[in-house]
Design a protein around this ligand. Structure first.
Ligand SMILES: Cc1cc2nc3c(=O)[nH]c(=O)nc-3n(C[C@H](O)[C@H](O)[C@H](O)COP(=O)(O)O)c2cc1C
Length: 318
């Protein structure tokens, strides 16, 4: 798989997930086998106007590379300005969001709304490409709704406008995140363009990824919700069965948050991740309740370690 001049051995990518794919989670997924990670979507206006909160989203570290940062917006000039700012950071490519279904985003003409305006979408890709030294990639959906499945034509337009790779989330805007992704659309896109095509939608385990690669002929696969609570999804053996086996990765996540992010502001987000790591384990709901009342990352860590002792003691008694 390649993006511009970058080459990758393994075709598994962590999807951009607002509220989740911050620096800590990206490094964790790289350590667990993801070959590339993509940031949460970042507002072009926030960057161009120098908003502190938006600029903080550009935090990156050498160990997470190769990494892509994702931009959203609908004004070619502002997108180009924001791309220039992004390009000054040590990252590997810029991804443009043309698939977000959220009403607040679509109402302003950004995200999936751009699939209804090929000319504007092309202008944005062109303006961003012109203003950046990095490869530009584009992520979009199958189309707006079932009556307008335009992904193949949209991909052709993106390639002509300068995109180095496209990702297709094989659902329409109207589907949101429900229903099934239609992987046939990914195969149709692959037939239409010569740049790499990444398939996305409904990959819950490593083997699903292999199936998508085989069925669609796509060059790489992108995993979103399947990676939440499960960074092991990037490995063939998947998520470990026991709490003890999961704990080192959970604690590593906490360590990465403390090392790289404003930890005191991250408590709620980290608890969300940790709750997901416990999926399917005995006693998970009781432990989740205790996690809710932890006042700090330190107390959360203590609780998780204490639970390990309790879990191993109850195992010995069995
Ligand atoms: C909580 C959440 C946040 C998301 N944030 C973004 C985002 O910032 N940018 C983007 O392009 N897609 C975003 N997506 C869409 C995912 O990247 C992905 O395309 C979608 O979830 C389908 O893949 P999956 O079936 O593997 O989850 C988000 C999805 C979820 C569930």
């Amino acid at each position: 798989m390649k993006i511009g001049q970058l080459r990758f051995n393994k075709p598994y990518i962590l999807a951009p997930l607002a509220g989740y794919t911050d620096l800590a989670f990206r490094i964790l997924c790289r350590e667990q086998g993801a070959s590339i990670c993509i940031s949460e979507m970042i507002s072009c206006h926030g960057l161009a106007y120098g908003q502190k909160k938006t600029l903080a989203m550009l935090a990156t570290r050498a160990e997470e590379r190769p990494v892509g940062f994702q931009l959203f917006g609908n004004d070619p000039q502002v997108m180009a300005d924001a791309a220039a700012i992004m390009s000054s950071y040590p990252i590997d490519f810029i991804d443009i969001n043309m698939g977000c279904p959220v009403r607040k985003v679509v109402r302003k003409g950004s995200g999936a709304a751009l699939m209804k305006d090929f000319d504007l979408a092309g202008d944005i890709i062109g303006a961003v490409s012109k203003n950046s030294t990095l490869p530009i990639t584009v992520k979009f959906r199958s189309g707006w709704n079932n009556d307008s499945i335009v992904a193949a034509e949209f991909a052709q337009m993106a390639e002509a406008a300068g995109a180095a790779m496209v990702t297709v989330h094989a659902r329409t805007w109207a589907q949101g995140f429900g229903g099934l992704a239609n992987w046939e659309i990914i195969a149709a896109v692959k037939e239409r363009v010569s740049i790499p095509v990444i398939g996305n939608g409904d990959i819950l385990c490593y083997q699903d990824g292999e199936r998508m690669l085989e069925q669609t002929g796509c060059d790489g696969v992108m995993i979103g919700r399947g990676a939440l609570g499960n960074p092991w999804v990037f490995q063939e053996n998947g998520r470990p069965e026991t709490y003890q086996a999961r704990l080192p990765v959970i604690l590593r996540h906490l360590e990465l948050v403390r090392a790289h992010l404003p930890a005191e502001k991250m408590l709620f987000r980290v608890k969300n991740h940790v709750g997901r790591y416990l999926a399917g384990l005995p006693g998970a709901s009781k432990l989740r309740e205790q996690i809710t009342s932890c006042p700090s990352l330190e107390s959360l860590e203590e609780l998780l370690k204490l639970n390990q002792t309790e879990a191993s003691m109850s195992k010995q008694q069995e």
